[in-house]
Ligand binder design. Sequence first.
Ligand SMILES: [Zn+2]
Length: 408
Amino acid sequence: MTLRGRGPRRGKFLSELGIVKDGALLVRRGLIVGVGTRKYVESLPAARAAEKIDLGGRVVLPGFVDSHTHLVHAASRAEEYELKIGGASYEEIARKGGGILNSVKKLRAASTAALQARALRALAQFAANGTTTVEAKSGYGLELTSELRILALHRWLGQEQGIEIASTFLGAHVVPAEYRGKPGGAERYIRLLTEVLIPRIAEDGLAEFCDVFCERGAFSLEQSRRILQSGRQFGLAPRMHAEQLSRTGGAQLAVQLGAVSCDHLEQINRADIRVLGASNTVATLLPGCDFHLGLKKYAPARELIDAGAIVALATDYNPGTSPTVSMAMILSLACAQLRMTPAEAITAATINGAYALRRETKIGSLEVGKQADFAVFEVADYREIPYYFGVNACVMTVKRGRVIYARD
Ligand SMILES: [Zn+2]
């Protein structure tokens, strides 16, 4: 599956996978220099001296681009999982100091070595599941030193590991405990973000994007606007968590601000769908959250596709609401719950994810000049990737021409 053609994909173009039967790729210095049928690629002069890897008729597709993760965190929140099953809502748990604040407490207390080791294990699992690029958000530090520590880790992990990391500053995840419930506390925290953290992070080149959790109990529409505008002023492109648990108007704000993506969108209405459909802001859907939290209301993917929105899919890998690294599982949920076809889901998880990270000219499809980022699946038909749910059929993952995962 080459996914060749112009990105991003909307409407019926989400279904165009550019399948080549008996296909081959020619790779040199990490880039694709030939792609097509095996016969064509073998006829290229540059192919004569090439080392040959026979993939035995398996399915090859661009490496998944997971455009929404909270990669760096200290521990799971399995204890809250049990409370949720018992009937406590995500917001109730958050109000009692659980949720994001629980992860903040754990991260601040964790050593950098421990955070590093945990993130490295997760990245190895991402690679084993066919993912070659992840976006990673800070947001479990919520103070100067801890946030800088996470962002520095993003940079280090991106250099050390095969997987490419796009770094996002999410200081506006929630208002941290030491500012909560105090008069003017939220305002003082926002000033810390806009006057200290954002300028410092921009100066040190530690993030490409600035994100806000626009939600009741987190940041209001007006606060979100100020934080994202401040980020943009310092060169951090806006993206948003919005319309997940309640409708706030965040999706339309994201479009107004020219955000690269607006993520979640379970609660959007018809007007929001129209606005997103006419925009270049990617509608990133995260069905892993709804699945893990046992929520029944998934984002209206079909309506978004019909309205022309650029739909992407991501794991939202995080310890509270979506502890999975498996894009294949997200594809299964997209098909069964969002009613996307396997082809639409694969496009949303590759080229549209690349567009959501402003990397569509480098990754997300298998075309000459792009990075040789691809995954090999042990299936007879691409539709079997979402069809076999909860199993990992990825047998090899290649990043910039280098094998970063091989089964056996
Ligand atoms: Zn998230």
